[in-house]
Design a protein around this ligand. Structure first.
Ligand SMILES: O=C(O)CCC(=O)C(=O)O
Ligand SMILES: [Fe+2]
Length: 343
């Protein structure tokens, strides 16, 4: 119920705000999501107090205990152009604008700035998750299912620094997915970390805390990393599981995480972890107008296979990231952008 009330408040606040702006004003506001979030946050707060059904503290509590917040029908996509065939650009239309403003507003309510990384898709704040036609790794991957992973896996967790390059910003706290089309009902999946760890023997959980893993960059970051850092960002002595306050936080990607020694218990722990992930999959069926905010610390996420059809009225999500940026250093940002983080 907490989330339904939150959803109602966000929808109403964004609808009122959009109604009072011209299209150029909306486009300009989307250039500065920090300012837009700061403007909408107190209005959401006031809306929640007026309704009296829940508070932002309760919403936050939920966001940091549940694997994801599913905001149902939180915006109206309206008439849309055909589904794009690449990550960028996001077509300019009322449906994409309201999706983006709503995601920024909902993330701001979770104390998260809406951010991007310069090394992924040229630092665009929102990208299309669609089937990309053509040959090669990225088009192929765009059609497939995805096993449990966290996004931005080679970046440090918030509160930590990269061991070799302090400029590297943390991975996101939240992955925001806005559903514009999903005619086949292809589910996005989440796996609560607490449930995954409960499935594993304690000594193998312990292994995940040891610096015995190598982590490479995810596909969408590879090109940008080489351009900006001169090389792909690879961690040689990485841990996967971290105790943070009372919680456990994870980073993991099936394709880019490996044990340093394939004959070791680090490998056994990773195998057990992946098995456990498969046993803990929860489907989130996204409908047009829904937004899901996946917790990228206390949950893994993935999706079912999408299929090869592209363009037209095929599946179309917009993706962005949320991060609590209050502790970020100036060197972890780009000068001149309010939202783009290094690298
Ligand atoms: O398509 C989805 O539902 C999720 C995609 C995803 O997790 C990703 O692109 O990293
Ligand atoms: Fe992802």
């Amino acid at each position: 119920m907490v989330i339904a009330h939150f959803c109602t408040a966000v929808r109403a606040v964004v609808r009122d705000w959009m109604g009072a702006q011209s299209e150029p004003q909306i486009r300009e506001a989307l250039e500065n999501p920090v300012a837009l979030g700061a403007q909408l946050l107190p209005v959401i707060q006031a809306k929640l107090s007026a309704a009296g059904a829940t508070t932002l503290a309760e919403v936050l509590e939920h966001a940091w205990t549940a694997p994801a917040l599913h905001l149902r029908s939180v915006f109206e996509p309206g008439a849309l152009p055909p589904t794009p065939e690449d990550f960028t650009p996001v077509p300019v239309c009322p449906g994409t604008a309201v999706a983006m403003v709503t995601a920024i507003a909902a993330l701001a309510a979770l104390n998260s700035a809406t951010i991007s990384y310069g090394s992924e898709n040229d630092g665009h704040l929102f990208v299309n998750l669609v089937v990309i036609p053509g040959e090669g790794d990225i088009p192929q991957k765009s059609t497939r299912g995805m096993q449990g992973h966290t996004d931005g896996v080679s970046f440090p967790l918030r509160g930590y620094r990269d061991p070799d390059d302090a400029r590297i910003a943390p991975s996101p706290d939240f992955v925001g997915l806005c559903c514009l089309r999903n005619p086949e009902g292809v589910p996005t999946t989440v796996m609560p970390l607490s449930a995954v760890l409960e499935e594993m023997p304690a000594h193998l959980v312990q292994e995940l805390r040891e610096p015995n893993y190598v982590i490479g960059s995810q596909r969408t970051f590879e090109e940008g990393m080489i351009e900006i850092l001169g090389d792909e960002l690879t961690l040689d002595e990485a841990r996967l599981l971290f105790r943070v306050g009372d919680a456990e936080w994870i980073r993991f990607s099936h394709r880019t995480t490996d044990p340093v020694d394939k004959e070791s218990s680090a490998q056994k722990a990773m195998d057990a972890f992946q098995d456990a992930c498969r046993n803990c999959v929860q489907d989130i069926a996204l409908s047009p107008g829904d937004i899901v905010l996946v917790n990228n610390r206390i949950a893994l996420h993935g999706r079912s296979p999408v299929g090869t059809a592209y363009g037209g009225e095929t599946r179309w999500l917009l993706r962005t990231y949320g991060l609590d940026t209050t502790e970020l250093a100036a060197e972890q940002r780009y000068l001149g952008s309010p939202f783009k983080l290094f690298p």
